[in-house]
Design a protein around this ligand. Structure first.
Ligand SMILES: C[S@@+](CC[C@H](N)C(=O)[O-])C[C@H]1O[C@@H](n2cnc3c(N)ncnc32)[C@H](O)[C@@H]1O
Length: 273
């Protein structure tokens, strides 16, 4: 990639971990992936964008619910997901991240934490070529979801003590090349509480990834802008070759959601310091 064009700084010191930020010496910034039409037809289909649906405020419906409904009905990703058979608009976040960072390759094994309703599992199945006879994708969620052909789904809380082993067992005892976490707690509206609970999930997901990933593997997790504590980032820097903050176009501009991608697991867990 042409660094001048992309204005992305990459520190070339693999041992210390490489952070991709906006300028040298800056705190790790986020890479905003430009919206473009990918193979999947993601982002900005003209016809879909131009159809605007206005929702009337029904009696008994709160304004916030009306606005949410209106946004859903007019969201091009929601329409695309429906047209292309994805279980969620979230599928396009993984598609866009993967188009940029090339994480999913044929034959790789993937664990998907917080899988419901199944968009990421569908994308991972397609891009790894996982089949019912040779399952390479395992998802976990405590919510019910429709089955995804080519993936094994565990209906379980990832925080259960036996969840990590259950995931590896479902992967046929093999270790994953990629651990994905799109886990999110139901938001309370109280920013600090939501923040703490989300970061707790990131920590547990990272801990799991460090224990199970194959050397050279990658870890992708949902986080919050400005939310990743230094100790957590340091732990990632110690254990992966490069760290990237990514905001895919499918992640709504107004949301504080951000993805943290750690590439190239060094192979044995290193603690901070
Ligand atoms: C944003 S959704 C994931 C969307 C998914 N990536 C897709 O493409 O359809 C977040 C999911 O995380 C799940 N989740 C949150 N905490 C969890 C936990 N402790 N164990 C399992 N699933 C969890 C929620 O139930 C929710 O379904």
């Amino acid at each position: 990639m042409d660094k001048k064009k992309s204005n992305i700084y990459e520190n070339q010191q693999p041992d210390k971990g490489r952070i991709v930020g906006k300028r040298p010496g800056a705190k790790p910034g986020s890479v905003k992936i430009k919206a473009k039409r990918s193979n999947s037809g993601a982002a900005g289909d003209r016809n879909l964008r131009n159809m605007h649906t206005k929702v009337k405020t029904a009696r008994g419906r709160k304004l916030s619910s009306t606005l949410w409904l209106q946004r859903q009905l007019n969201d091009p990703y929601v329409k695309l997901a429906k047209a292309e058979g994805y279980a969620s608009r979230a599928a396009y976040k993984l598609i866009e991240i993967d188009d940029r960072y090339k994480l999913l390759k044929k034959g790789l094994r993937v664990i998907d934490l917080g899988a419901a309703p199944g968009g990421w599992c569908q994308v991972a199945v397609k891009r790894t070529g996982s089949t019912v006879d040779d399952i390479r994708i395992v998802g976990i969620d405590y919510l019910d979801m429709e089955p995804v052909s080519g993936a094994a789904i565990l209906k379980k809380d990832f925080l259960d003590e036996d969840a990590p082993q259950a995931l590896i067992d479902a992967l046929g005892g093999e270790h994953p090349d990629l651990v994905l976490s799109d886990m999110a707690v139901p938001t309370t509206g109280h920013r600090r509480t939501d923040h703490i609970r989300t970061m707790a999930l990131v920590e547990v997901a990272l801990d799991f990834a460090l224990k199970v990933l194959k050397p050279g593997g990658h870890f992708l997790t949902k986080t919050f802008q400005g939310g990743t504590e230094k100790t957590l980032l340091d732990l990632m820097k110690h254990n992966f070759i490069s760290i990237h903050h990514v905001k895919p176009p499918a992640s709504r501009d107004g949301s504080v959601e951000l993805y943290l991608l750690a590439k190239g697991f060094k192979g044995h867990i290193k603690n901070n310091g």
